[in-house]
Design a protein around this ligand. Structure first.
Ligand code: ATP
Length: 322
């Protein structure tokens, strides 16, 4: 393998830059040239490739976002789009590709490798932590810390005014951010897509809290919760229970931004290195992850969404401590 490419795709996540840096530095260490593909599959189709040198990735380990930009690309979902992408990779003599992204990115990579034979290795770069085959995805730890910092501030004002706060966090299909941050902030309830939301039992819980002289409450709601998101759940609760002044905060994109945590920087560095070395060893169509502190590889097929289940013990912990 003489030349590889790297790109970042899907929703951006803190730590993607640290991963790009590790890919570039590891490849150069093994005398392999590296190209960065700008704007993910979009740039792959249009041929937006840039050579990356040692210094191209200096001073980026601490930066959120991604220097290679990210994009969602519908054309790559078509046979013709992927044919154009393959043509560009061949034109630039790319022998292997490191894809940093989430389940959609790996779904596309898997289809592409079957059609065109160019090997891909994935690094899990998504704040959602919804991939099977890694304890954490790159960006998840930083996003959790961002949520916790924000909710701690909300709690101060909630306490001062006897308020019930519904805080919506990211997670369209998965409740990992909501559950773990809910435990970390001592939320009164955590509403996630994996479990059904019953407004009556939520109200019972709030009543129990009031019986213990609780004057304020925080409910964490994953955006994909079946109750309909924080605004909708708050409306339904207020209809039946108006002991509190009810407020809603949607944290939104602040969860994606910011400098990556120490954990995410180290994880991204380990996985970027592992991905390049996996390509050099002849692996393909696999995601590099960390399981029990060791690098492990999982096929794209197994890694992608819905194979990862919510941790029932954490769910029980959140409920029992609330
Ligand atoms: P995140 O978890 O942060 O959303 P992701 O990788 O899941 O990241 P997606 O937008 O789902 O993000 O996917 C990224 C890109 O992967 C899409 O824009 C598209 O170009 C490609 N992709 C996704 N699904 C497919 C598919 N079934 N076939 C071909 N390409 C796909």
């Amino acid at each position: 393998m003489k030349r590889i490419a790297v790109f970042t795709s899907g929703g951006d996540a803190p730590g993607m830059n640290a991963c790009v840096r590790a890919v570039v530095r590891t490849a150069l260490y093994h005398n392999v040239e590296v190209y960065g593909i700008v704007r993910a599959y979009d740039g792959m189709i249009s041929g937006d490739f840039i050579p990356l040198e040692f210094n191209s990735v200096s001073n980026i380990i601490q930066r959120g976002g991604t220097i290679l930009k990210s994009a969602r690309c519908d054309e790559f979902r078509t046979v013709e789009g992927r044919r154009k992408a393959a043509k560009q990779l061949k034109k630039f003599n790319i022998d292997g590709v490191v894809a940093i992204g989430g389940d959609g990115t790996f779904t596309g990579a898997q289809i592409f490798t079957k059609e065109h034979g160019i090997p891909f290795i994935g690094c899990p770069g998504t704040i959602d932590n919804d991939l099977f085959g890694t304890d954490n995805t790159i960006g998840y730890d930083t996003a959790l810390n961002t949520v916790i910092e924000a909710v701690d501030k909300i709690r101060d004002t909630a306490d001062a005014h006897d308020r019930l706060f519904f805080v919506e966090v990211m997670g369209r299909d998965a409740g990992f951010i909501a559950l773990r941050s809910g435990i970390a902030v001592g939320a009164d309830a955590v509403l996630i897509p994996e479990t059904a939301t019953f407004v009556d039992s939520l109200i019972k819980r709030l009543e129990r809290g009031r019986a213990h002289r609780k004057t304020s409450s925080i409910i964490i709601v994953a955006e994909g919760d079946d109750g309909g998101g924080a605004y909708e759940v708050a409306r339904k609760v207020k209809e039946k229970y108006n002991q509190y002044e009810t407020k809603v905060t949607v944290l939104g994109h602040i969860q994606r931004g910011g400098s990556p945590s120490a954990y995410d920087r180290v994880l991204a560095s380990m996985l970027g290195k592992a991905a390049v070395e996996a390509l050099l060893e002849g692996r393909r169509n696999e995601m590099a992850g960390v399981v029990n502190k060791k690098v492990a590889f999982t096929s794209f097929q197994r890694a992608i969404k819905h194979n990862r289940e919510i941790n029932k013990e954490l769910l029980h912990l959140a409920e029992s401590l609330a």
